[in-house]
Design a protein around this ligand. Structure first.
Ligand SMILES: C[S@@+](CC[C@H](N)C(=O)[O-])C[C@H]1O[C@@H](n2cnc3c(N)ncnc32)[C@H](O)[C@@H]1O
Length: 509
């Protein structure tokens, strides 16, 4: 059994408690439905919400949305027109009201996500149907503007971008001459891309970049991300069902959708396949750097959220397992300037690490690289921190437990094990956009490696199954970050008893 408490003297800072469920739930309360009418037509009223006094007390800065006043004459005539986003919001609001009125008048069931909601949008008359399309378009446009070009593209995917000049335009015919596609199919592909704001057609037959297509043409890491997803992940996804039918336990590294797609079932895990082809391996590494540089994954969250000040005080050592080219260690070493860092990875990765690892020599001198396979016993004994970032989610439970077991012979009492990964919250507890991305990541891990993202209780189980000497400390999640910091400490019962006895013994001078 993993123990959940630890002698408080181990850390001067307060014991972190789980903050993984810190998402603020709205305190809007449903009001009762209005009385049913006696009409035979079923009336459906949308659920309405009232705000309690306590809520309003916390909303002193809440400014209700107001339509900007009509253009004034006189001294106010210079008031600028509403921005695009406000104009879109106004349009959404006005058009949605029309739909609402129409639904009420016709006694139609309001659109909802509930189990008993109508399976289809009702057949509606032409002008209301136009209203509906306007809303779909405007909400999509506002959504895309809020997400921004880079994040939109990251979660989509594409390729003809380099052939369109960055500054200027190209005709369909000119572009066709540069590709092997025929004119009709090229046009079909491009116009579909345009529907996703990738390229635009300022005049018919002429193609120009949009912000998103320009990024795809110029951002190397984003290109790698798109290439990795379209050429490695998507073929794997198409074979996940085969893999699950034949291996429903879904734990093996070489019986995944990826293995079925690339004919490596029972032969080798994805990392080995990619490792044999430097271009594919490099593309994956770049794709990962694009993801980890993306919104909600920035390393600054790690440095702000992972408190190593006690270890820094005594010049402690951190072992960055599967640390790649040491990006995380560099960030931590910039903040904790007395600590030493050992970045372990497979020999080929260590051999290609930059030397020096960064320009700041005070930082670079404290970071060393070491080839080490984390499926063998840990060779760095008595370090203060053993750190896994983006590692545990690459493995199903049997492998992840083994990674922790391999640490045990090296651990000294009080050694910290810090995992930096996603930590899933319960369904609906996450912001919906984040939840969709996190759960997609979970399935990508299944596709490629039969691996998974985990909830807090699943991390607890990993430590529990690895060794009773691990004491689970909790999960913290920096605000705005999608990743969490999951921590346990090595403190076998006999060591804890010894320490407690020593502490209670009177000091003799
Ligand atoms: C998803 S990357 C994470 C990299 C880094 N920790 C980060 O935060 O960006 C996984 C890393 O694990 C390394 N790796 C895979 N198998 C390994 C093994 N058996 N022993 C050590 N490292 C391994 C890979 O080379 C890769 O650098």
């Amino acid at each position: 059994m993993v123990r959940l408490r630890l002698a408080t003297w181990l850390h001067a800072s307060p014991t972190p408690t789980s903050t993984n469920s810190d998402c603020r739930k709205t305190s809007l309360k449903p009001t009762p439905e209005p009385p049913q009418t006696t009409s035979l037509e079923k009336k459906h009223y949308p659920q309405q919400y009232s705000i309690s006094e306590a809520d309003t007390a916390n909303m002193s800065s809440f400014v209700p949305f107001k339509m900007p006043a009509k253009k004034a004459t006189g001294p106010l005539q210079d008031v600028p027109p509403p921005s695009k986003i406000v104009a879109l919001a106004q349009k959404i609001s006005a058009e949605t009201e029309k739909i609402d009125v129409y639904f009420r008048q016709k006694g139609l069931q309001m659109p909802s996500f509930d189990e008993d909601a109508a399976g289809d949008f009702p057949n509606i008359v032409d002008d209301i149907s136009t209203t509906r399309r306007e809303i779909i378009q405007a909400t999509r446009e506002l959504h895309d503007l809020m997400v921004g070009p880079k994040e939109s593209v990251r979660w989509m995917a594409w390729d003809v971008t380099n052939l369109v000049p960055l500054n200027g335009t190209i005709t369909f015919e000119q572009l066709q001459a540069k590709t092997s596609l025929d004119a009709t199919n090229l046009t079909r592909l491009l116009r579909h891309a345009m529907a996703n704001r990738i390229f635009q057609e300022p005049t018919q037959g002429v193609i120009a970049h949009t912000a998103a297509s320009r990024l795809l043409a110029s951002d190397d890491a984003l290109q790698a991300w798109v290439g990795f997803n379209t050429e490695e992940v998507y073929p794997g996804s198409a074979h996940v069902i085969n893999a699950l039918k034949e291996h429903p336990e879904a734990t093996s590294l070489d019986h995944t959708g990826f293995n079925y797609a690339f004919d490596t079932v029972g032969k080798e895990p994805m990392f080995v396949t990619l490792g044999k082809e430097p271009e594919r391996a490099q593309r994956m590494a770049k794709a990962m750097s694009s993801l980890t540089g993306g919104e909600g994954y920035e390393l600054s969250y790690l440095t702000d959220g992972c408190d190593l000040s006690d270890n820094n005080l005594f010049g402690g050592t951190l072992v960055d397992m599967g640390g790649s080219h040491g990006f995380a260690s560099v960030h931590l070493a910039r903040k904790y300037r007395n600590m030493r860092f050992i970045v372990q990875d497979l020999p080929a990765t260590v051999a290609s690490a930059p030397n020096p690892v960064c320009e700041d020599m005070q930082v670079a001198e404290r970071i060393t690289f070491q080839a080490h396979d984390f499926f063998t016993e840990q060779v760095v004994k008595d370090a203060d921190v053993y750190f896994f970032r983006w590692i545990m989610h690459n493995y199903s439970r049997p492998y992840a437990v083994q990674l922790l077991k391999n640490l045990v012979p090296a651990l000294k009492p009080g050694a910290r094990i810090i995992i930096n990964d996603l930590c899933l919250r319960g369904p609906g507890e996450e912001n919906p956009w984040d939840e969709r991305l996190m759960r997609s990541m979970d399935l990508v891990m299944m596709t490629l490696l039969n691996a998974q993202e985990r909830e807090e209780r699943e991390f607890v189980q990993l430590f529990e199954q690895a060794d009773a000497g691990f004491v689970f400390k909790g999960v913290t999640r920096p605000k705005g970050c999608r990743m969490s910091i999951i921590e346990a400490v090595w403190m076998p019962a006999e060591d804890e008893e010894k320490l407690n006895t020593n502490l209670s013994r009177p000091i003799t001078l």
